[in-house]
Design a protein around this ligand. Structure first.
Ligand code: FAD
Length: 324
């Protein structure tokens, strides 16, 4: 089977990033999954067991001085070197800030085709077909690269399955070239201080979002309470952010975070196209809105026409009873 490379993003502490599992699962559908990680010289050993458990058949550790110093330089070089050695059928990269930077440069470097923000991939007639949710989620389209290598960025949270664990992956380690070319310089790395124990929005399995319908910052606490009752991440519409109900980091949509959770609960959100662009690929959408004509109901799997201040407390009561 052909190799399929995946770019493993690492945390500042050197662990595999959240996207590793789904990239390897997607790669395993297309061929032999290869994990490629850029690591500091001598580093990367703690990654091996985790990547094997996520289904990496081969683990390619590319040592570079530029890890943590230049944005994407080491990752780009790591993938380029692995691609030259393994002649992969496809290269999968997270659709993150770093992943997008690397994917564009890599496609230009390799003369490959670039398919961005895929929500699914599959193999068909020896080609890789990427699925994309476009125009605010209104259309689902497919892309292929004809006669060349596809570099595909995969939206985080879009692949649910996981590849079976691998007992003894092959591990290769290689020092990669020192000349970086022009890249952004990293002057400091600061871990965001966890403001709460809730899961991070990006990649969350469950998201509870609130909109302008909550009416005030004080009332927005209801959204937080339901998120906590469900163990969900907290999201918001832009109108709720602009009104100061919640921090901008919670904004879901075209100009916020794109999520693909298993469950998305929209409270007092009308469902404008710019909001839907960031959540429409959620597996199950539940909407509570007092306007029966709110556009959010067009994409909801379950809709409740009602006042959030009546319905949500009842919902939380029912959740408590189920938990008893
Ligand atoms: P509204 O549209 O005001 O809807 C509030 C809803 O709450 C209504 O449907 C109402 O019926 C309901 N409601 C009111 N009270 C209650 C109650 N007590 N109980 C139940 N329901 C109630 N928006 C985003 O969300 N994310 C983006 O990333 C984003 N990017 C944008 C980019 C551009 C370039 C532009 C132009 C706009 C963008 N927007 C974005 C804004 C977007 O167009 C909408 O204005 C916004 O999503 C509306 O937020 P909302 O649904 O909370 O507010």
């Amino acid at each position: 089977m052909a190799h399929v490379l995946t770019l493993i993003e690492t945390t500042p502490a050197g662990a595999a990033g959240d996207s590793a599992g789904e990239l390897l699962a997607a790669a395993s559908r297309l061929g032999t999954p290869v994990a490629v990680a850029a690591v500091a010289p001598g580093g990367g050993e703690p990654l091996v067991a985790g990547l094997a458990s996520l289904g990496a058949q081969h683990i390619h550790l590319a040592e570079s001085e530029h890890v943590g110093r230049l944005v994407g330089a080491a990752e780009l070089e790591a993938l380029a070197v692995a691609a030259a050695a393994l002649e992969p059928a496809a290269i999968l990269v997270p659709h993150s800030v770093l992943g997008r930077e690397v994917a564009g440069r890599l496609a230009a470097r390799l003369g490959a085709g670039l398919a961005i923000d895929a929500v699914d991939v599959r193999g068909e007639d020896r080609r890789t077909v990427a699925t994309h949710s476009v125009f605010g989620g209104a259309y689902t389209v497919e892309s292929t690269v004809e006669g060349g290598l596809p570099v595909i960025t995969l939206r985080q949270g879009s692949v649910e399955d996981r590849a079976p664990a691998v007992d003894a992956p092959t591990v290769t380690r290689e020092a990669i070239p020192a000349d970086p070319g022009r890249f952004g310089t990293i002057t400091a790395i600061r871990e965001p201080s966890a403001a709460s124990s809730r899961p991070p929005l990006r990649g969350a399995e469950k998201v509870v979002s609130g909109g302008r319908g909550l009416g005030s910052k004080e009332e927005f606490v209801l959204v937080e309470q339901l998120a906590d009752a469900l163990g969900a991440a907290l999201g918001a519409s832009r109108a709720a952010v602009d009104a100061g109900y919640v921090d901008q980091s919670a904004q879901v949509g075209q100009t916020g975070v794109t999520v693909s959770p298993k469950l998305y609960v929209a409270l007092g959100i009308s469902g404008a196209i710019q909001h839907r662009a960031g959540m429409q690929t959620a597996k199950t959408i539940v909407a509570i809105n007092k306007d029966p004509d709110a556009p959010i109901f067009e994409v909801a799997d379950f809709g409740v026409v009602g006042d959030v201040f009546t319905v949500v407390p009842q919902l939380m009561e029912s959740l408590k009873e189920v938990a008893r």
